[in-house]
Design a protein around this ligand. Structure first.
Ligand code: 5GP
Ligand code: MN
Length: 347
């Protein structure tokens, strides 16, 4: 979709950005491809406009999305909390990308919110609840990176996009749409992709870097998850994989290794939803995916203090792995009217 940014807000921002400013751009905890794509897409654009920009993240992120221009400059709050706090304290403008609640930046929340900078949120998650000066919220957009594409042109309609910026935006759209297949994809998004490819960017390199770049151990780990760990509950058209810390250690788990595994059970034809549980030091992290009308965002928010999108969401559980799975099965029972096959065709 093409977002209609409020004209008054765009004028206000054009005004603010008419002189070099100290800017911080940030995104959510454990950033994904859309988070880093939108972060670095906007970062490279604003740097080219002579602003003093710091790109800041609340935690590390997978090596597979560490190839975009500007990646070397990204400051990780967990690794360098003081540098990040200084960047926020000095910022005149802060851009918050790809999240709708300040708690999505976890421990970085206080340093991000407790300053006088002008805050702009650009996001595509439903129901934003965040204090800011300008909110550009477009839940119909397939990716925050798609919004960044249109935002750049709203600020400068003569901008000549460079391949490095196009690569960031392409990465975000690709990763948030399951490689251009989710229902959030539109003809408008394909037109954005066409404009990105027109810059001469290399899309093959991006697909190979993201999709064909796992270690041998990770590929064997995937086999283990699917063969030994996947539980299928046909009655609820649901499947789950629950991984202990021990199992993750055994396969030398790295950030990003579990990414994508939650999608595999959905390739079974009658599955409606899938969940992946990973045991962390202090909690259980859960990823949810679904097909069609079943909203995993609702399930994640009601049962696992989380959120996300209709077909891709996440949450947390404080307790043991077994208890988390039990809680999940109770949640499936709660949604049984939506999950169970309703009409049995008889001849
Ligand atoms: P993933 O499963 O890839 O971690 O996340 C899928 C989607 O759910 C993303 O849009 C992400 O922002 C959202 N999400 C993941 N974990 C959480 C969480 O703990 N809280 C909220 N509100 N959203 C989450
Ligand atoms: Mn996103």
């Amino acid at each position: 979709m093409i977002p209609k940014f409020e004209q008054h807000s765009i004028e206000q921002l054009k005004n603010l950005l008419s002189e070099p400013k100290r800017i911080v751009i940030t995104t959510h905890y454990k950033p994904d491809g859309d988070a880093i794509g939108s972060l670095l897409g906007l970062y490279n654009f604003l740097v080219s406009k002579k602003h003093k920009v710091k790109a800041v993240v609340p935690s590390d992120y997978p090596a597979s999305i560490s190839f975009m221009k500007g990646n070397q400059k990204v400051l990780d709050y967990e690794a360098k909390p003081r540098n990040v706090a200084k960047a926020f304290a000095e910022a005149e403008i802060i851009f918050c990308l790809d999240f709708n609640e300040s708690k999505r930046v976890e421990a970085m929340e206080d340093v991000m919110m407790s300053n006088k900078a002008f805050k702009v949120v650009i996001d595509h998650h439903l129901y934003p609840k965040i204090q800011c000066d300008i909110l550009f919220s477009f839940p119909k957009s397939c990716a925050t990176s798609e919004l960044i594409f249109h935002f750049i042109y709203a600020l400068d309609n003569k901008y000549k996009m460079k391949p490095e910026v196009a690569e960031c935006i392409y990465t975000g759209i690709m990763t948030d749409t399951g490689s251009f297949r989710f229902s959030s994809m539109s003809a408008d998004t394909h037109r954005v992709l066409a404009a990105l490819l027109d810059t001469g960017m290399n899309h093959v390199k991006i697909h190979e870097t993201i999709s064909d770049n796992f270690s041998e151990e990770r590929t064997r780990f995937l086999g283990y998850c699917l063969k030994d760990k996947m539980q299928v509950i046909h009655a609820y058209r649901a499947a789950y994989i629950a991984l202990t810390k021990n199992e993750l250690d055994q396969y030398n788990h790295q950030t990003g290794d579990t990414e994508g595994i939650v999608n595999y059970p959905l390739s079974i034809s009658d599955m409606m939803m899938s969940a992946l549980f990973t045991e962390k030091d202090d909690m259980i992290k859960i990823s949810f995916r679904s097909k069609g009308d079943f909203s995993v965002r609702e399930l994640a928010s009601k049962f696992f203090s989380g959120g996300g999108h209709q077909n891709a969401a996440g949450g947390k559980f404080f307790g043991s792995l077994d208890e988390a799975v039990e809680h999940f099965i109770a949640a499936l029972a709660y949604y049984k009217d939506q999950l169970q096959i309703q009409d049995t065709v008889k001849d």
